[in-house]
Design a protein around this ligand. Structure first.
Ligand code: PLP
Length: 461
């Protein structure tokens, strides 16, 4: 450690911001498995994906070899409106915990969408515009992705159609209105507007929906309208690639002060923020240059890494999407209704799944009341009201800092603080009223999900 005093916030100059995204797949010995066509079980080729995704995004999705990919100037310029995001030294939290650990967090909540999702939304909207498309469709769960995409589409004057998980549509009317203010149309999912939505409603009358259902509807809408494509806010390789702007900025900021992290922690829903944060550091590990501990934090009620199967599975409930090899709870898995903390997707990024499978990353599952306790503690000393999703990372960062207190080790901990929780006050209300409980699925509950994973030769799990 140098003698330089480390400020509360490490900002970058505009000219220090990344001009390229980093594609960690280029440095992976074991590449993530390719997407498969569910009908033929053959890898999806560029042409197969064209009806669904934007052309340039497919190239990024399939590119396992190019380590650095230029960020187009227009995207760099948009990034400058709300980036670089600060890397904050959590001096106040360290003091409160009385730990010798040094804690840093990269805060992605400083934009109207309130999360890191804008980093990929603006890239995806840019490529859709470049291709001359009229618009894009997508799903949104808690609403952060839909909000980010509607902002990006407004900027490029693209039509934006969002299928919002019905329970969120009803519980988070303000999210919906933000999206509509940016010009998006928002449909509660499952809906009667698509064949797959009608099918799901017939099979599960009164269902409050899931991300997997909303994905199916959004894909159907995109492929049945001229000039539209489907875009996704997490899970895919392309999204993780765009999110590496988080990790690249973090690395420049740390390097400025000769700070070397010991542990890097992030919450994991579909894996995009965590993948984006750790990619540049993972690259160093993969190239044999450095060693770090990486910890993925997931909810105990939706434990895809810690209790899921590593297998080819559908990305959506309606089984209209390609098969991805990933840690999965089964595409039919729907987390318990008492789960309030986000990160409810049944699968996980193929990249992170492979890295985890190869022992390069750890994962822990945490219960939601402990997550909200950590959120409250953090909010009271660091000032920021964190998103429940982000609070999973806070929880484990605090746990690691407390271990340092026991051992006296001065470890450096970096975690991703993905967003703010202003639209999550129903969940906070439950917590404040003492009405929040923990739910951990039983092995039998999980088995029901695993039974839905497709079985074919080569997909043993
Ligand atoms: C969407 C979201 C996440 C989880 O998504 P990942 O793709 O796993 O990063 C985490 N935090 C916030 C605030 C989000 O909006």
């Amino acid at each position: 450690m140098s003698e330089k005093t480390i400020p509360y916030k490490i900002y970058l100059e505009e000219n220090e911001m990344p001009k390229q995204w980093y594609n960690v797949r280029a440095d992976m010995k074991n590449k993530p498995a390719p997407l498969l066509n569910p009908a033929t079980l053959q890898p999806m080729a560029y042409e197969d994906l064209r009806p669904v995704f934007c052309d340039e995004l497919i190239r990024q999705e399939l590119d396992d070899v190019t380590p650095y990919i230029d960020i187009p100037q227009e995207i760099q310029d948009f990034y400058k409106m709300y980036r670089p995001s600060p890397l904050v030294r959590a001096y106040c939290l360290e003091k409160k915990l009385d730990t010798p650990a040094k804690i840093y967090y990269k805060f992605e909540g400083n934009n109207t969408s309130g999360s890191h999702k804008l980093n990929s939304a603006i890239a995806q909207a840019y490529y859709a515009k470049q291709q001359g498309l009229k618009g894009v469709t997508t799903e949104t769960g808690a609403g952060q992705w839909g909000t980010a995409l509607s902002m990006a589409c407004a900027y490029f004057e693209l039509d934006c159609r969002v299928y919002m998980v019905k329970v969120s549509y009803e519980q988070k009317p303000f999210r919906r209105e933000v999206m509509r203010t940016y010009g998006a149309s928002v449909t509660p999912s499952p809906s009667e507007t698509t064949a797959v939505g009608r099918k799901i409603l017939a099979a599960h009358p009164g269902t409050t929906g899931s991300l997997g259902c909303a994905i199916s509807e959004a894909v159907e809408a995109a492929t049945s309208m001229e000039g539209y494509r489907y875009v996704l806010g997490s899970v895919l390789n392309q999204v993780l690639l765009h999110q590496t702007v988080i990790g690249l900025e973090t690395k420049v900021a740390l390097d400025k002060y000769d700070i070397v992290p010991d542990i890097i922690i992030g919450c994991a829903g579909g894996g995009s923020n965590l993948g984006g944060l750790i990619s540049p550091f993972m690259g160093e590990v993969l190239r044999g240059e450095k060693n770090y501990r990486f910890i993925a934090v997931e909810p105990a009620s939706c434990p895809s890494l810690t209790r899921g199967r590593f297998a080819y599975d559908f990305c959506d409930t309606g089984m209209v999407c390609p098969l991805a090899k990933m840690y999965t709870l089964g595409s039919g898995f729907i987390p318990s209704a008492n789960h309030a903390g986000g990160l409810r997707y049944h699968g996980m990024s193929s990249i992170l799944s492979q890295l985890y499978h190869d022992g390069l990353m750890e994962a822990v599952a945490v219960e939601q009341t402990s997550v909200f306790q950590a959120a409250e503690q953090f909010a009271r000393v660091e000032g920021i009201l964190p998103a429940p999703e982000s609070s999973h990372a806070i929880k484990v960062a605090i746990d690691e800092a407390m271990k340092c207190k026991e051992t006296g080790e001065e470890k450096t901990i970096v975690f991703g603080l993905t967003g703010t929780g202003y639209f999550d006050m129903t969940a906070y209300e439950k917590f404040n009223d003492g009405k929040m409980s923990d739910y951990i699925p039983t092995d039998e509950d999980l088995q029901a999900g695993f039974d839905g994973i497709p079985r074919f030769q080569g997909n043993e799990f």
